[in-house]
Design a binder for this molecule. Structure first.
Ligand code: HAM
Length: 408
């Protein structure tokens, strides 16, 4: 019986890598341009880290975590997201003593036990970008501008949805108003909304049920209930986004699936992805670091699903190829293979890419393979001499000494 990859996981095959490479190279370039530095965190953490930060009632904690006992010692969990980890590293290593904000980026696989569908996997990759230790709204705008620049550089058309969900000062009073409204309409709520109310009523807005969404159009929104500080912060974020030329749509009912958010929240959605159309999302999480035992530390960040970005590029008809190789060595049956291999080693040491045949192909088959790889130059190696073939030029046959000089 053959063994297949576990449900909800996937391979990235060599032929698929060029699209991934493009997406990740562009991310790395822009993170550097915006002053974010790379961080690497473990694949698993104490379960408590995610339980405390994401919220016990969030989908992630209540049903999606891959948790296991570490040989009977403690409960560990494969990371479902990166933000709590970066905050844990920040607090653990005293990064509050470094110049603030500490700006990091992380590319890593995440694990969530959810029903697999297009754009939703049980193991998926995220680009996770965080700015920890600063409440300046200009940082919120900077992070959003970074995503915008990245998605635009990739040629992706997306819509940015923007909201502010308040803080400790204004949210409790708003939640009371929302609760009262939900009480009035309790008979019209679906089972999921009733369940969400028990733990986090703000999350009733996070629904795919069109009837409920229509009903919630009439509910009070947090945007109308922001305190003066949150309103000012949000106004500044919008002003800075305008200044950076980033277009957005205000989405007063936008809430996120994790409990740690405060103030700014946002999502970039892409057409053509169906239900899983959010390619990048995040917001401010000013209380997370202290929730996990660190000092009070305002912070903001986002994460993007790499598979969803790659899928969107495919939806838009983008196609990426491996870079062409520099030299292909076609070997006649009597070619001095040792000499060819030595020459290839020398060329590769100079940073040039080369290939030869390892599959016993005929001369014609080797030439076809060279073309397939887009070789800029073909060397046809025979006993005692080699022929150099360049496009648009006549073939040149020469000794191996001359060939070495020519290639150098
Ligand atoms: P999130 O909204 O749970 O936020 O995930 C961020 C992005 O990861 C989503 O918008 C989506 O592109 C991708 N994603 C999520 N789940 C899956 C899945 N099952 N399969 C494929 N892609 C998926 C967070 O994770 C927060 N940590 C974001 C953040 C960073 N907030 C502040 N800093």
């Amino acid at each position: 019986m053959s063994i297949e990859a576990p449900k909800g996981t996937h391979d990235v095959l060599p032929r698929e890598w060029p699209a991934w490479q493009r997406v990740l190279d562009e991310a790395e370039r822009l993170c550097a341009a915006y002053g974010y530095r790379r961080i690497v965190t473990p694949t698993f953490e104490e379960t408590e880290l995610f339980a405390r930060s994401s919220g016990e009632a969030s989908d992630i904690v209540s049903k999606e975590m891959y948790s296991f006992e570490d040989r009977g010692e403690r409960s560990l969990t494969l990371r479902p997201e990166g933000t709590a980890q970066v905050c844990r590293a920040y607090a653990e290593h005293g990064l509050q003593r470094e110049p603030q904000p500490v700006k990091t980026w992380l590319v890593a696989p995440m694990f969530r036990y959810a029903k697999p569908q297009k754009g939703r996997y049980r193991e998926f990759w995220q680009l996770n970008v965080e700015a920890i230790g600063c409440e300046d709204p200009a940082v919120d705008a900077e992070l959003i501008a970074l995503q915008d620049a990245w998605l635009k550089a990739l040629g992706l058309e997306t819509t940015l949805l923007l909201n502010s969900i308040g803080d400790r000062a204004c949210r409790p009073a708003y939640l009371e108003r929302l609760e009262a409204w939900l009480d009035e309409h309790s008979s019209e709520l679906d089972a999921e909304a009733r369940h969400k109310r028990e733990t986090s009523s703000l999350r009733v807005f996070d629904t795919k049920n069109p009837e409920l969404a229509a009903l919630l159009e009439g509910a009070p929104t947090i945007g109308d209930a922001l305190c003066a500080e949150c309103r000012e912060h949000f106004e500044a974020v919008k002003r800075y986004l305008d200044a950076c030329g980033v277009a957005y749509e205000l989405a007063p009912r936008l809430v996120r699936g994790l409990d740690y958010y405060t103030r700014t929240t946002f999502e970039f959605v892409a057409p053509g992805l169906g239900a899983q159309d959010t390619v990048s999302a995040g917001g401010r999480y000013d209380y997370l670091v202290e929730t996990i035992g660190g000092p009070p530390t305002p912070a903001v960040g986002f994460a993007s699903g790499i598979e969803r970005i790659v899928l969107s590029l495919e939806e838009q008809g983008e196609h990426f190829e491996h870079p062409a190789i520099d030299v292909f060595f076609v070997c006649e049956p009597d070619a001095p293979r040792e000499r060819v291999l030595a020459l290839m080693t020398a060329l590769r040491a100079q940073g040039r890419s080369c290939e030869t045949d390892f599959a016993g192909r005929s001369l014609k088959g080797q030439l076809t393979q060279a073309q397939r790889l887009g070789a800029n130059l073909i060397v046809i190696a025979a006993a005692g001499q080699a022929t150099l073939r360049r496009s648009g030029k006549p073939d040149e046959t020469m000794s191996y000494e001359m060939l070495e000089e020519e290639l150098a």
